[in-house]
Design a protein around this ligand. Structure first.
Ligand code: ARG
Length: 584
């Protein structure tokens, strides 16, 4: 397994400690914990001496002392500068300032900040996957933001990850939309109507509900669409194009790593649906149940302890969301050769994904060595604790929300720095507004619901995007005030002496570990919280130790630490899809 620096160091120390245990003739094994219960960083705690003492019926502190004697090599090699026995017989190793400084110095001159590339895996990520029948709304915001952060992190680690935008561009709703398009065309207002997708959808739905004739036409269009009727497909394509264009604009505004080439909508699996069902029937995995084709899943029991049914074809021959997803898994495994597939989708679809994955495993569509993961997220709530809506109770259009964020940020930027030009205000407020929305989401554990609150997300205090952005600009201005170049120079060594400095270095050296855990557990908030901790630790440090007033050696060393902090912040923010500014 690949591990980050801190984890590797732990393994490395563990080797020394195990040897020391052996030299003491102990048959028990030590465990090494990081960080130890002491509040400062840079400590590893060894447990095991007490257990050994117990079985030997001797004093644990005596055993601990023997072990410590054998660990002197860590001091000789300047890895640790303190090895002490605490309490009943815990051993604490304190990493030396020299060791930490050496590592930090090496990272400062490494393009990847010491983060190693991993063996490449192919990782399609299912996001944002909105429905094209309507305009994108806030429900797709979380998928977009979380999916994109994971995409960035995985790419940075050397993987071939990319969005597979499973847009909802097929199914019954499209019959309704086509009917309405044809109907309004006659009244000559199609352009206007299509420009406002949301209004178009609402009107079509209203017509569908009020007119039997309209509804019948809509149903017949669906059948013709599924049978591949050329003229109906052409109508469908016109609609889908407008809707796609709208989505792509939103992606651009959000700065997502998603473009036209990532679109792989439900419609693209149309020809695979029947073969997929046939394959499942042939292998006996799906059976006939009242005319429908169903997979009964023993591994997922319903509330009456019966196997859950996963319907893959209706009795009228129609296909479902599930069928498309099965065809899609087959494609991702067989065609894309995926090693791991992530689905960044609302937690309310959890059962669907459990059933989907179980069926795909049974059918061999996804062999055991391909990891299937539902990256579930909770709902975005309004301040009232109910799902986020407009004042009059409608769903909020994503594009409106993003524009509002930029407007609010512009007000803020103007107030904070009245001397900026209009152009600067536009650039800064776009960066601040969009990043704030993203960060408000990414800084929370994705599995829970979260409350969308303009005031807190746009604040310069607390765990927010503007706070991080501002912290970065402060370091830039510190560097420019110092008269030195922003780029580091190898002439200046890092030599941490104060505990606060060592703490900061330890935190900086954890960057790789944090990124690796994000990639494994798909939890972007680990990185968000890390960056917040880093930014606040640095600013506390800077407040306590005014860097520029120090003697040259200390000043130069601390400016190097400042550079490493800035670079780590910038890299980390970039991995979360946040914009970094030099000035604000
Ligand atoms: N379009 C769906 C929705 O908006 C999400 C699709 C998720 N991806 C998938 N492969 N099922 O609810």
């Amino acid at each position: 397994m690949i591990k980050g620096f801190i984890m590797e160091l732990q393994k490395f120390l563990h080797k020394y400690v195990s040897e020391a245990f052996q030299k003491c003739g102990l048959s028990t094994y030590p465990t090494l914990l990081y960080p130890a219960s002491k509040p400062e960083f840079g400590h590893y705690q060894i447990n095991g001496a007490m257990g050994a003492a117990k079985s030997l019926k001797t004093n644990p502190r005596v055993i601990a002392q023997k072990i410590v004697d054998h660990l002197d090599i860590l001091k000789q090699e300047e890895i640790a500068d303190g090895i002490e026995i605490l309490g009943a017989g815990f051993i604490n190793i304190t990493l030396s300032g020299k060791f930490l400084s050496r590592q930090a110095f090496a990272n400062l001159f490494d393009k990847r900040l010491g983060v190693k590339q991993q063996p490449k895996q192919i990782i399609p990520i299912d996001y944002p996957s909105a429905n094209l029948a309507k305009e994108m709304h806030v429900g797709h915001l979380r998928a977009s933001i979380i999916g994109d952060a994971l995409n960035r992190v995985l790419r940075f680690l050397g993987h071939d990850s990319f969005s597979q935008d499973h847009v909802g561009d097929w199914g019954t709703q499209f019959g309704m939309l086509i009917t309405y398009m044809v109907e309004t065309e006659k009244v000559g207002e199609s352009q206007v109507a299509l420009a406002d997708l949301e209004g178009f959808y609402r009107n079509a739905k209203k017509r569908f509900e009020e007119s039997e004739e309209f509804a019948n036409t809509a149903r017949s269009y669906v059948v013709q669409l599924q049978n591949g009727d050329k003229s109906v497909l052409a109508l469908w394509r016109r609609f889908v194009q407008v809707s796609q264009k709208h989505c792509l604009e939103v992606y651009k505004k959000l700065g997502l790593l998603v473009n036209e080439s990532n679109l792989k909508g439900e419609s693209s699996y149309n020809d695979d649906l029947q073969p997929t069902v046939d394959e499942l029937v042939r292998t006996g995995i799906a059976i006939d149940s009242d005319g429908a084709k169903v997979v009964f899943l023993d591994e997922i029991k319903d509330k009456d302890d019966q196997p859950t049914p996963f319907i893959i074809q209706k009795s009228d021959g129609g296909f479902l969301y599930a069928t498309t997803d099965l065809a899609c898994i087959r494609y991702r495994v067989r065609q894309l050769k995926a090693n791991r597939i992530l689905y960044v989708v609302d937690v309310r679809q959890s059962l669907h994904f459990q059933e989907l994955f179980a069926t795909a495993r049974k059918a061999g569509f996804a062999p055991e060595n391909v990891k299937l993961e539902h990256i579930a997220f909770g709902t975005m709530m309004g301040k009232d604790g109910k799902p986020f809506k407009t004042r009059d109770g409608n769903t909020v259009k994503l594009i409106d929300l993003l524009n509002e964020a930029v407007d609010k940020a512009a007000e803020l930027v103007r107030r904070k720095n009245p001397n900026l030009s209009e152009e600067e205000i536009t650039n800064i407020s776009t960066a601040v507004g969009i990043s704030s929305i993203k960060y408000a989401d990414l800084s929370k554990n994705r599995t829970s619901d979260y409350i969308f609150n303009w005031e807190s997300m746009l604040s310069f205090e607390g765990n927010t995007a503007p706070y991080l952005q501002y912290a970065y600009t402060r370091i830039q201005s510190l560097l420019s005030k110092s008269g030195q170049a922003v780029e580091p120079s190898t002439d200046y060594k890092i030599s941490a002496t104060e505990q606060a400095e060592k703490n900061l270095l330890c935190l900086l050296l954890q960057f790789e570990d944090v990124i690796i855990s994000v990639s494994k557990e798909c939890m972007p908030h680990y990185l968000a919280n890390y960056l917040f901790q880093l930014a606040s630790s640095f600013s506390k440090f800077y407040e306590k130790y005014p860097i520029l007033k120090e003697t040259d050696t200390i000043k130069n060393s601390r400016l190097q630490i400042a550079r490493l902090t800035a670079r780590t912040l910038k890299q980390g923010m970039d991995l979360l899809g946040l914009e970094v500014l030099d000035k604000m």
